[in-house]
Design a protein around this ligand. Structure first.
Ligand code: LLP
Length: 385
């Protein structure tokens, strides 16, 4: 089985657990996404929520991407990392007043508005500053993403976006507000989407929505399709860069772009997932009655995806090339959900071996917690070790 190549000797000197980022792979991925998007003049705003590590953000901003933020903290992190304010979009069902004000003060590109009540508040806060906020309506397009229920967002029952049936009412309301300007529509149907038919359906639905808007004499300057492109968690070495070409081609083929219209995307996972690895040490190999456990010094405090979404992360013993054995790989946290994987094939494992948990660059470090009074994990970079 193919293993990733890691500087294992250098790792031995570092305190585990830690995140290791392959900066070359990140740059290759960024080159690919920008090249493919540029073919069609598409705008890419990196979804900061996937990984807000300052070094990672500054590499991404150096490639000219914009940022998609979901909080004031993310807006600040994006600005600190050099993302220009006029390439920052801001979504979220619960924007606090100070967060809206931060966006207004920095003249961000757009607020992606998720409800009629929010619209009124943005209008009030903008009026107090004598400004006109540029807004896009986040529409819930009722397109099934065919992904894990906890990361599906585009269905009627989800809290996100404005339901299609309520769109007319919200549009009427916008006409009465002087300090917001409708400049776009936005949608995001979910995450880790590998079935391109979901994106096809989204593009077709957006055409229908545009027709409806035009019937009301509303012209839309910007269309934003959110993020969601999935990655291959099972074979991180085979295709480490997602097929951005196929992804953008779907929209190019199906979307009926109006003259002068700009098309935007907010990928997160597809940009950063494969460049990040969680490196952990085996504390104990415990023989149970029916199971053998590899107990790591990393737990769901460092990588919560397996516990939270039953997510699969490929695991490799990068210290051993002995015969393959079967282990349940678990963390040290006092919760039975602190399991990285059951019946995992690893080269024979010993106390002190290093285990690599692959494809952890997205929603890994950024979701770490200090539960059990643990320390947040450190990060190291391939070009600085
Ligand atoms: N835009 C919006 C409005 C979003 O809500 C999200 C992700 C994205 C863009 C980026 O989506 P991506 O390209 O990364 O799929 N913690 C979960 C994923 C949560 C995604 C939340 N929204 C996980 O670990 O799988």
């Amino acid at each position: 089985m193919l293993k990733g190549t890691f500087p294992v000797e250098k790792f031995k000197a570092l305190q585990t657990p830690f995140y290791f980022y392959d900066i070359e792979l990140l740059k290759e991925t960024l080159k690919m996404v920008t090249t493919e998007a540029n073919k069609y003049g598409y705008h890419v705003h990196y979804a900061v929520k996937a990984n807000a590590n300052p070094r990672i953000l500054s590499v991404i901003s150096s490639f000219g991407l914009g940022a998609d933020c979901v909080s004031g903290g993310e807006i600040q992190a994006a600005l600190n990392a050099g993302f220009p304010a006029d390439k920052i979009v801001y979504a979220g069902v619960g924007k606090a007043d100070w967060e809206i004000n931060l966006g207004l003060d920095n003249n961000i590109l757009c607020f992606n508005v998720e409800s009629a009540v929010e619209l009124q508040i943005i209008n009030e806060l903008a009026a107090a500053k004598n400004k006109v906020a540029s807004i896009a309506l986040r529409i819930n397009p009722e397109v099934d993403a065919h992904t894990h229920a906890k990361i599906t967002t585009g269905m009627k029952e989800n809290k996100f976006g404005i339901n299609l049936s309520l769109l007319g009412k919200v549009l009427d309301e916008i006409c009465t507000l002087k300090n917001v300007k409708l400049t776009g529509i936005h949608s995001h149907i979910g995450s880790q989407i590998t079935d391109m038919s979901a994106f096809r359906n989204l593009a077709i639905r957006v055409n229908e929505i545009q027709d409806e808007l035009e019937a009301r004499n509303i012209k839309i300057q910007n269309i934003n399709f959110g993020g969601g492109l999935g990655i291959d968690y099972y074979h991180p070495n085979h295709l480490p860069i997602p097929a951005f070409d196929n992804y953008f081609a779907v929209f190019n083929k199906l979307l009926q772009v109006r003259p002068g219209q700009q098309v935007h995307f907010e990928p997160g996972r597809s940009i950063v997932a494969q460049c990040g690895t969680l490196i952990s040490k085996v504390l104990y190999v415990k023989e149970g009655e029916i199971k053998k456990f590899a107990i790591l010094d990393a737990g769901f405090t460092e990588l919560i995806r397996p516990a939270m979404y039953d997510a699969h992360h490929r695991m490799e013993n990068i210290s051993s090339d002995e015969e393959i054995e079967i282990y349940d790989v678990v963390g040290p946290i006092c919760e039975s959900s602190d399991v990285f994987g059951k019946d995992v094939e690893l080269n024979k494992t010993h106390r002190g071996d290093l285990i690599a948990l692959r494809s952890a660059g997205a929603y890994g470090e950024v979701m770490a917690s200090q539960y059990n009074c643990r320390q947040l994990p450190k990060a190291y970079y391939s070009d600085q070790l």
